[in-house]
Each structure stands twice: as structure tokens, then as C-alpha cells.
Design a protein around this ligand. Structure first.
Ligand code: SF4
Ligand code: SF4
Ligand code: SF4
Length: 266
């Protein structure tokens, strides 16, 4: 694959204005959804079939004062997307620039991708009976435009570009932050095999609700590595077993009837 592209989310520059969330809704023509106040400043509680990105809020009391850790959430556009590997319809693919995109016509809404995703991203839309997620605005970037969310960000917290250049920038930023934020780190460099969406975090990933080491469930790994390669054989064996069972039952029945017939006439 050629050099991949993605964007850097510098959480230390994000002011949680949610301009990116609104821009994503507008570009993708997604309807607004009813929310209710639950005591958190996180207005949209989770990704949905009609919401491809949110700002997640995490509130802590530290040194006698409240601190918020917030981060934009969406598909991470993994370098080795498990969602693509498990999709039985081959509805998920990677573009030349590394965006992980879904073909709406091929998707049957089976939700295997959601079960496999180490970041728990795809969401089912019951109205369309399809699974949904961020496309990294592949149709916009193919025309040389920025992803809608990146274009809308007023603080420069989102930056689109080549992954290797963004990674270098992220590391430099972390080096500058480390004096004031000793736990500052880059997220996405190695997690789940590396992702095209990278983050500068001022503290450990857990503070932002990220898993330190996101993993694919063992059931999915078993399916991928152990069962799936032999799946056609398993189907054939199951079919052969069924046929054998059918004929052996029939033969036993015929044999028993013949034996009973002989006894009656004997
Ligand atoms: S974050 Fe999940 S949905 Fe997105 S590319 Fe990775 S595995 Fe697929
Ligand atoms: S890249 Fe596009 S689809 Fe993805 S969150 Fe941003 S605006 Fe939404
Ligand atoms: S537009 Fe930029 S600053 Fe506003 S919430 Fe999104 S990432 Fe943060």
C-alpha cells in the first residue's frame, strides 16, 4: 500500500465545541437525535447508526478540582482492519490512501464487523438495516478536500495528512508536553496493529476511556485463524454427516421392517 493518510487528534488543543460532530452530521446528511441530560457534559452519549463521531467526556477530581478529559471518537481506520477480514460480504475495503470504507449495497447488516472491532465502533442502523461508521470522508479526500470534521475544527486540534508525518508531529508534541504532563503519549501508533487516526493524549489512555491495548475477542480470533480456513470443509463434513445419518437411519428402518416381516410370516 502507498503511504497512508489519516488525521491527528491533539486532545490538548480540543475545546470540545463539537463543531466536528455537527460537520460530520451535515456532510453525511445524518438526522439529529434526541438526547437527554444525564449529569454529564457529554451531550451525545454514544456513536449510533446516525452518529459517526462524538466527543467523549471523562470527569475526574484531581488535586481538589474537577478535570475533564475529552476526545473525539470515530472509526480508527486501522492499518489491518479486522472488520474487513471478518465481513462475509466483502463489503469493507481499504482505499489507496488507507481509509477503511464500507459498501452500502454489499452490507447486509449482519454486525460481524461490530463484534470484531477492537475499538467497538460500527453501529447498526435499524432503519436501513445496515452497519455504519466513519468513512474518513474518502469521497471528499479523493477530490483533494479535507474530511468535513477536520475542516470544521477551529482550534487546529484536527490535522489531516500522511500518517508518518503526523506520527512524527505527534511525537514532537508529546516531547514538548512531557514536562507539564509526564504521562503524555501518542495513541494509535501501535494499538491494534497501528491506526490512521492518531492521538496526542495528555495522560494515560484509560483517562480518556481508551483501552491501553485493544484486542480482538478470542472468539473472533478463533473464527479467523482456526475455523474460517476450514469452513468449507466443515460445511462439507456436516453435509456428509447429515447424508450418512439420513441413509443409515433409513437402512436401519428398512432392515428392521424386513426383519419384522420375516418374523410375521415365519
Ligand atoms: S476501528 Fe473498527 S471499524 Fe474502524 S477500521 Fe478498525 S476494526 Fe474497522
Ligand atoms: S472523517 Fe468524515 S465521516 Fe469521519 S468523523 Fe470526520 S466528518 Fe465524519
Ligand atoms: S471541532 Fe476541534 S475543537 Fe471542536 S470538538 Fe471537534 S476536535 Fe475539538
Amino acid at each position: 500500500m502507498a503511504k497512508t493518510k489519516g488525521y491527528l487528534v491533539d486532545t490538548t488543543k480540543c475545546i470540545a465545541c463539537r463543531g466536528c460532530v455537527v460537520a460530520c452530521k451535515q456532510w453525511n446528511q445524518l438526522p439529529a437525535e434526541q438526547t437527554r441530560f444525564t449529569g454529564s457534559y457529554q451531550t451525545v452519549p454514544d456513536l449510533t447508526g446516525n452518529t459517526f463521531t462524538i466527543i467523549s467526556f471523562h470527569e475526574y477530581e484531581e488535586d481538589g478540582r474537577i478535570r475533564w478529559y475529552f476526545a473525539k471518537r470515530q472509526c480508527m481506520h486501522c492499518l489491518e482492519p479486522v472488520c474487513m477480514k471478518v465481513c462475509p460480504q466483502k463489503a469493507i475495503s481499504i482505499t489507496d490512501t488507507g481509509a477503511v470504507v464500507r459498501d452500502n449495497d454489499k452490507c447486509v447488516g449482519c454486525q460481524y464487523c461490530a463484534a470484531a472491532c477492537p475499538f467497538h465502533i460500527p453501529r447498526y442502523n435499524p432503519t436501513t438495516d445496515k452497519e455504519t461508521k466513519c468513512s474518513l470522508c474518502a469521497e471528499r479526500t479523493a477530490e483533494g478536500d479535507l474530511p468535513a470534521c477536520v475542516k470544521a475544527c477551529i482550534t487546529g486540534a484536527l490535522e489531516y495528512g500522511n500518517r508518518d508525518e503526523l506520527l512524527a508531529k505527534a511525537k514532537e508534541r508529546v516531547n514538548n508536553l512531557i514536562g507539564d504532563y509526564p504521562n503524555a503519549n501518542v495513541y494509535g501508533e501501535t494499538q491494534a496493529g497501528g491506526t490512521n487516526i492518531l492521538y496526542v493524549l495528555a495522560d494515560v489512555p484509560g483517562k480518556y476511556g481508551f483501552e491501553e491495548d485493544p484486542k480482538v475477542s478470542t472468539a473472533i480470533t478463533a473464527w479467523q485463524n482456526v475455523i474460517k480456513p476450514y469452513f468449507p470443509w466443515l460445511i462439507a463434513l456436516t453435509a456428509a454427516g447429515s447424508i450418512f445419518s439420513f441413509f443409515s437411519t433409513r437402512l436401519l428402518k428398512v432392515g428392521k421392517e424386513a426383519h419384522e416381516g420375516e418374523s410375521l410370516h415365519g
